[in-house]
Design a protein around this ligand. Structure first.
Ligand code: AMP
Length: 393
């Protein structure tokens, strides 16, 4: 059975076609600059192809994708694509799992746009484009928030008036759910233990940690929005909210301007003064740059705070996993974090840490470490493919 996985943004559309259940990737790629000018790239059998195209709407991208699927021999007829799984950012409290998309679900996703104004509308545009171009396929929605719906009240409520939650939906939702689900389930496979307690550190440009017990998420660092939790590339993570009215008074900036600064000009970018990209900051570290060092100290401290919290909340931890751009590739950041975990009896294997990068999966702790730490490259797409396959069968 052939399945397409789609992640539609406001001006981009990423795709991956799978043969299921073997999980063989048939083609993958991305359409970019939709509504601006348009270009796309694809990877088939290890070969990369780049093309320009006029992409006025997402429908243009889907039409070109359909053509490419046929001309590259992925399918003879579009009806061979039996299902399309879409990444949808916000499923609110309504969806604790992936669902088959019908008009009612689409209406709910639209209503939830209040909670994810940048993402849900873009996801919907993508879904509708596929519904139009490949009408016989079953469409499935896979929500970034769904995996965290297992959080109990004491973890998802904020200490604010209850009506904020009851009337306006103010609560912790958590994000990166498909990644946390994939990595925690892969860790269970590596441990050969289905009911393991796992801490997942998804450290990318955006970052979040989750505590997973027996396949269920019990706590996570992102909150009502993806801005909460650990320090990120350009997002502040947790702050004292009172600085917002204070800075507004001092600078005359509007709430929207301050919100943008906290989202796009804060985090590692603000502390290092260099970049939101850890690679750029690591260059400066080699020169012993004070602010580059400080940014890493603060980042590691923010991760450790949650690691220690989740260790206590889980009671016992079977594995700690690193994933996403920084977690998969920066042996330097992992070393800083794991060495600080020595009070828990965790011991880094420096050699394994150095060689487990760039898409490699593996253990990075010594055999006598009380808790193993793994690097597990995330694979949100295959998680979407699995959920889509399961639901359509
Ligand atoms: P993601 O959001 O998961 O795509 O992660 C992207 C981020 O990963 C980039 O902004 C970098 O900060 C980080 N990253 C990617 N490759 C490396 C690397 N080799 N070393 C350090 N950080 C990296």
């Amino acid at each position: 059975m052939k399945i397409l996985c789609v992640n539609a943004g406001s001006s981009s559309l990423k795709f991956q076609a799978y043969e299921m259940p073997s999980e063989k990737v048939l083609i993958s790629g991305v359409f970019e600059r939709i509504g601006i000018d348009g270009k796309y790239s694809m990877k088939i059998n290890g070969e990369k192809i780049k093309k320009d195209a006029s992409l006025t709407t997402h429908e243009d991208a889907v039409r070109i994708l359909a053509r490419e699927l046929i001309s590259n021999g992925i399918v003879k007829d579009l009806n061979e694509i039996e299902a399309v799984g879409h990444r949808v950012v916000h499923g609110g409290e309504k969806y604790s799992d992936s669902v088959i998309l019908d008009e009612e679900v689409l209406k709910t996703i639209e209503e939830l746009s209040d909670l994810a104004p940048l993402h849900n509308p873009a996801n919907l545009i993508g879904i509708r484009a596929f519904m139009k171009e490949i009408p016989n396929a079953i469409e499935v929605g896979c929500f970034d928030t769904a995996f965290h719906q297992s959080l109990l009240e004491d973890k998802f409520l904020y200490a604010v008036p209850r009506e904020w939650y009851e009337k306006y939906g103010v609560r912790k939702y958590g994000f990166h759910g498909m990644s946390h689900k994939y990595v925690s389930s892969r860790a269970c496979e590596l441990l050969n233990k289905n009911d393991a307690n796992i801490i997942v550190c998804h450290l990318g440009n955006g970052g979040s940690l989750s505590a997973v017990s027996n396949g269920k998420c019990i706590d996570t660092t992102m909150g009502f929005t993806p801005n909460a939790g650990i320090i990120m590339g350009s997002r502040s993570g947790d702050i004292d909210y009172s600085m917002i009215p204070y800075i507004m008074n001092k600078t005359g900036k509007s709430i929207t301007e301050v919100d943008t600064i906290l989202n796009k000009q804060s985090g590692m970018l603000a502390i290092s003064g260099v970049s939101s990209d850890f690679r750029d900051i690591e260059e400066k570290l080699r020169l012993n740059d004070h602010y580059a060092l400080l940014s890493h100290d603060m980042f590691v401290s923010s991760v450790l705070g949650y690691l220690a919290k989740y260790y206590v909340e889980l009671g016992h931890v079977d594995a700690i996993c690193f994933t996403a751009g920084v977690g998969e590739n920066s042996d330097y950041v992992r070393k800083l974090i794991v060495e600080k975990l020595s009070p828990f009896g965790i011991k880094l294997d420096e050699n394994l840490n150095e060689i487990t990068r760039f898409g490699k999966e593996g253990i990075i702790t010594t055999s006598d470490s009380l808790i193993p730490c793994f690097v597990i490259p995330t694979n949100e797409e295959v998680m979407i493919a699995r959920d889509t396959y399961e639901l359509t069968n």
